[in-house]
Design a protein around this ligand. Structure first.
Ligand SMILES: Cc1cc2nc3c(=O)[nH]c(=O)nc-3n(C[C@H](O)[C@H](O)[C@H](O)COP(=O)(O)OP(=O)(O)OC[C@H]3O[C@@H](n4cnc5c(N)ncnc54)[C@H](O)[C@@H]3O)c2cc1C
Length: 329
């Protein structure tokens, strides 16, 4: 019997939490299709992969592991090849991956290699008879489209799932772990020369943060970015930014929130000097409470914000930070 295969992601020495959300979506789909749920992880043997296996194993019939030195540093070629090895072993009808920066690169390579259909950045997946229906925002996030993949009979349908699209899976019995043999094939197109860690702000990672403080072009200049850092530090929040801020190099693009950046799943999202373009709002759909500071009382961000201050952040934000520090003692 085929199954639903969820491929988790190990990066930065840990399992990305979005993997658990993908597993929850996979579990619901497995139930609807009446198929078993399989998981897979890929990486270098030891350390991070071991702890990720422990964190990911719950709820799968089988958890496939591909361990190989070529998977130590990320390359799309090695990841797509390893995923292909898992697909050959598991024979799934559907493959689900979290929609991460890496997945944006290697999953299309996989789909091309096995000649099947792929829908990326989905906000939900559901079964409709034998069809897999994927939902994803289109036209800049203003409309949610429904897509069905017409895959060849033996090829799995592949989807990548946006973070925050599903609740994290509840505890379930651990899977049987099966290590797959993997022969890395040479990639004559790309050679990894060196890895340089991106410079990111201190504090929690934006993808798992409960609170995110984001700054936009309204900050006026990178010299004012310390206001955002101070607010994030006071709230114990991750730092986010709008696209013009990332494009101008004020902050590393790994902090960008929106359609072409991170989708976040925060309990509180604070937008400062951000107009609220539809492409920015697409990244905060899953955030519970939005607060905004903007000089323009008509700014679109206020249509999404539960709390807002129409004013200059230079006046409002320092007072807010001071108050937060007082309340925290
Ligand atoms: C295909 C595509 C993908 C895109 N993807 C993304 C994406 O992922 N993320 C993203 O953010 N954008 C994205 N964009 C860009 C998006 O359309 C907007 O251009 C962008 O979000 C605007 O950024 P902003 O709000 O920082 O700047 P602006 O729109 O210039 O807004 C600045 C805001 O700051 C306010 N302001 C000015 N001074 C102050 C002050 N002193 N105090 C308080 N407020 C002040 C202004 O009133 C204004 O509302 C995308 C666009 C396209 C076409």
């Amino acid at each position: 019997m085929p199954g639903i295969l969820v491929i988790g992601e190990v990066a930065g020495g840990r399992l990305l939490p979005a993997s658990l959300e993908a597993a929850a979506a996979g579990a619901a789909l497995a139930k609807s299709f009446g198929e078993p749920l399989f998981g897979a992880l890929m990486g270098d043997a030891g350390g991070a992969l071991d702890s990720a296996t422990e964190a990911f194993a719950a709820g799968f019939a089988t958890l496939y592991l591909v361990e190989h030195a070529s998977l130590h540093s990320y390359t799309a070629h090695a990841h797509a090849s390893a995923a292909q090895a898992v697909i050959n072993a598991a024979g799934p009808s559907v493959v689900i991956c979290p929609h991460t920066l890496r997945a944006r690169e290697w999953v299309p390579c996989l789909a091309a290699a096995i000649d099947t259909g792929l829908i990326m950045d989905c906000t939900g997946v559901a079964a409709d008879g034998a069809d897999l229906v994927a939902h994803k925002p289109v036209l800049g996030g203003g409309v949610v489209g429904e897509f069905v993949i017409r895959a060849k009979p033996i090829a799995p349908r592949i989807v990548t799932l946006r973070s925050g699209a599903s609740a994290r899976a509840a505890d379930a019995p651990n899977a049987k772990v099966e290590r797959l043999p993997f022969e890395a094939t040479a990639n004559d197109r790309v050679t990894l020369l060196e890895e340089i860690a991106a410079q990111t702000s201190s504090g929690p990672k934006i993808s798992d943060a409960k609170i995110v403080v984001s700054g936009g072009r309204g900050l006026g200049s990178p010299d004012n970015w310390h206001h955002i850092e101070a607010a994030a530090s006071a709230l114990g929040a991750a730092v986010g930014c709008s696209r013009p801020v990332a494009d101008s190099g004020w902050v590393n693009s790994s902090h960008q929130v929106g359609l072409s950046g991170n989708s976040i799943n925060a309990e509180l999202y604070v937008a400062i000097g951000i107009s609220g373009a539809v492409q920015h709002l697409a990244g905060i759909n899953s955030s519970a409470v939005v607060a905004a500071i903007n000089t323009d009382a008509q700014a679109d961000i206020f249509t999404r914000a539960k709390y807002g201050v129409a004013g200059d952040y230079k006046e409002v934000l320092p007072a807010f930070v001071e108050r937060v520090r007082q309340l925290k003692g």
